[in-house]
Design a binder for this molecule. Structure first.
Ligand code: AP5
Ligand code: ZN
Length: 217
């Protein structure tokens, strides 16, 4: 299956993408993670992206689209993928359409995880990540680590993303409203939109997503 995930910052795209990619046996492709890896490795791409990310703004399309395209050209996407965080505006959505068309394939669904704005702020501001493995994600209230500052899974040090301050989250929400929200109409018009509530326990939301995707296909 070829699926795009959309939703406010903190909606749980990364959390759900890990389970859904596993259930669907497709790779998860997160442009946010790809940028963060490039920043931590000090690459040229990372240097070009970091100021935009720190400010909660979109990284320019000419950087993002090329990066996403080269990832999707890899052989592990032949049977599908789960895109987390791409596309994020209409220009990126059109670029994705062209890429898929060139490869003779198309999207199956766009999964929209819905949460209220204030919940997005709470989730993002309370998030902590493990320095050893970014897929080890905690929340100071909803999923607190047993010992403060340390990962339950591997003992690594927990840290807060630079763009997870309340001030930057609010900029990211504004960017979502302005640039990404129009994609809802774009994909609804193509009969690809699958909307679910992303409130509740993580496992329930995974189940809800799987059921909704199955119904749609
Ligand atoms: P990106 O990394 O994509 O961030 P985002 O879209 O803002 O999403 P988040 O990672 O903040 O949230 P999420 O929905 O994945 O939630 P999570 O599962 O972690 O992008 C970052 C930046 O990179 C952008 O601002 C931009 O600068 C740049 N960028 C990326 N892609 C781009 C593109 N295509 N174009 C241009 N620029 C781009 O969960 C959040 C928290 O909530 C965690 O603590 C988690 O434990 C908790 N949680 C999850 N589910 C639940 C639940 N059900 N109940 C309670 N808590 C929960
Ligand atoms: Zn860890």
């Amino acid at each position: 299956m070829r699926i795009v995930m959309v939703g406010l910052p903190g909606a749980g795209k990364g959390t759900q993408a890990a389970y859904l990619a596993d259930n669907l046996s497709v790779p998860r492709i997160s442009t946010g993670d790809m940028f963060r890896v490039n920043i931590s490795r000090g690459t040229e791409l990372g240097r070009r992206a970091q100021d935009y990310m720190r400010a909660g703004q979109l990284v320019p399309d000419e950087i993002t689209i090329g990066m996403a395209k080269s990832r999707m050209d890899q052989s592990d996407t032949a049977d599908g993928f789960l895109l987390d965080g791409f596309p994020r505006n209409e220009h990126q959505a059109e670029a994705l359409d062209r890429l898929l068309k060139d490869n003779g394939v198309s999207l199956d669904a766009v999964l929209d995880l819905q949460i209220p704005r204030e919940e997005a702020v709470r989730r993002v501001a309370g998030r902590r990540l493990c320095r050893t493995d970014d897929s080890h994600v905690f929340h100071m209230t909803y999923n607190p680590p047993r010992s403060a500052g340390l990962c339950d899974l591997c003992g690594g040090e927990l840290y807060q993303r630079q763009d997870d301050t309340e001030h930057t989250v609010r900029s990211r929400l504004d960017v979502y409203d302005r640039a990404t929200e129009p994609l809802i109409a774009y994909y609804r018009a193509r009969n690809l939109l699958v909307r679910i509530s992303a409130l509740g326990p993580v496992a329930e939301i995974t189940q809800r997503s799987m059921d909704a995707l199955r119904q749609h296909s």
